[in-house]
Design a protein around this ligand. Structure first.
Ligand code: DX5
Ligand code: ZN
Length: 224
């Protein structure tokens, strides 16, 4: 069963507390948190302090997406802040295996992300450690960009590797997800869809979530 993870980046930061309450009331299970350092990506967002403030206010799983150089320097801070899962970027880490094991040994869910131009083959050695593979479907850095259809074969490939390798990771897609491409993404193998601008532009989060979840309802593929 695929699910939706709203990305806080697109929320109204002047009313952050109300936004989080509204997401909770809507029945959101996962909140995606985009950490950007202005170096790995040309934008800066927030650090562990914000996550620490959000943590006691919600039961949503806090899904931290680290778009920072050398994540090994920061993983502990984001674990301490209360992240339930931490996703690092393959391209930004010198010690990918060590970073993943560090997250795993702290009991958080382990995520690895690839930018649109990075092939799946490069992360194959790490799949066995992962609870989550994040396929970026825009260049990381900003919300509101258009979905890049050229990443679709990577989603399908990750599904094949998951089934053939006995892996259990979620296949998460992030960037340009909207009501028009949810069903197609799930059909390719995605089961966790990050939605920023397309989610927060809705007035009724509960109704939007119900609609997006119904679009994402898992469809069994025959002969696949
Ligand atoms: C982009 C971030 C995304 C972003 C998605 O670098 O990783 O999570 O918030 O926003 P939308 O859904 O608007 O593309
Ligand atoms: Zn993200």
């Amino acid at each position: 069963m695929a699910d939706i993870a709203p990305s806080l980046l697109a929320a109204d930061f002047d009313r952050l507390e109300q936004e989080i309450e509204a997401l909770d009331r809507a029945g959101t299970g996962i909140l995606h948190l985009d950490v950007m350092d202005g170096i790995f990506v040309p934008n800066y967002t927030f650090g562990p302090e914000l996550i620490e403030r959000i943590r006691p206010k919600t039961h949503m799983l806090l899904d931290t997406h680290l778009m920072v150089i050398e994540p090994s320097l920061h993983i502990d801070d984001y674990l301490m802040a209360g992240s339930d899962s931490i996703t690092i970027h393959y391209e930004s880490s010198t010690y990918v295996e060590e970073d993943l094991l560090r997250i795993q040994s702290a009991g958080a869910r382990v995520g690895l992300s690839i930018k649109p131009e990075t092939p799946v083959e490069e992360i194959e050695p790490y799949l066995r450690y992962l609870d989550l593979v994040l396929v970026m479907s825009v260049e990381p850095g900003f919300g509101g960009q258009a979905f890049m259809p050229e990443v679709l074969p990577k989603i399908r490939r990750l599904l094949e590797l998951k089934l053939s390798g006995g892996h259990y990771y979620n296949i998460q897609v992030d960037g340009g997800v909207n009501r028009g491409n949810i069903a197609m993404l799930v059909d390719q193998g995605a089961d966790l869809l990050v939605m920023g601008s397309a989610f927060f532009s809705e007035h009724d989060y509960g109704a939007a979530l119900a609609e997006f979840r119904s679009l994402a309802r898992y469809r069994m593929r025959e002969g696949d």
